[in-house]
Design a protein around this ligand. Structure first.
Ligand code: FES
Length: 111
């Protein structure tokens, strides 16, 4: 286990740099640990609520492992806020390769 730096803009538009994000846990979990506004994680990481929805910076989109079918199904439900770069933070497990990751919290969905 190690730590990496991630950059996340919260739901209020405030930019945060988290310099000690622990690898092996998810982006949703580290966001909650750091009180990032707009990341609720209501389903506990089961890809079933969409309250960890983030937009991945374009430079990072192809550098992350892609969503599985369960994540895709949840993202489809978030159609009012979904973009090409949408991901569920609970499905992004941090690794050393994600040093410098840049994401933005998506607005809440009306679903
Ligand atoms: Fe519920 Fe990610 S925490 S979908």
């Amino acid at each position: 286990m190690s730590t990496i730096t991630i950059n996340i803009t919260d739901a209020d538009g405030q930019a945060h740099t988290i310099a000690d994000a622990t690898t092996g846990i998810t982006l949703m979990e580290v966001s909650k640990q750091n009180g990032i506004a707009g990341v609720l994680g209501n389903c506990g990481g089961g890809a079933a609520c969409g309250t960890c929805h983030v937009y991945v910076d374009a430079a990072w989109q192809d550098r992350l492992p892609g969503p599985d079918s369960i994540e895709e199904d949840m993202l489809e439900i978030l159609e009012d806020t979904r973009r090409d770069n949408s991901r569920l933070g609970c499905q992004i497990r941090l690794t050393d390769a994600m040093e410098g990751l840049v994401v933005k919290v998506a607005p809440p969905s009306d679903y």
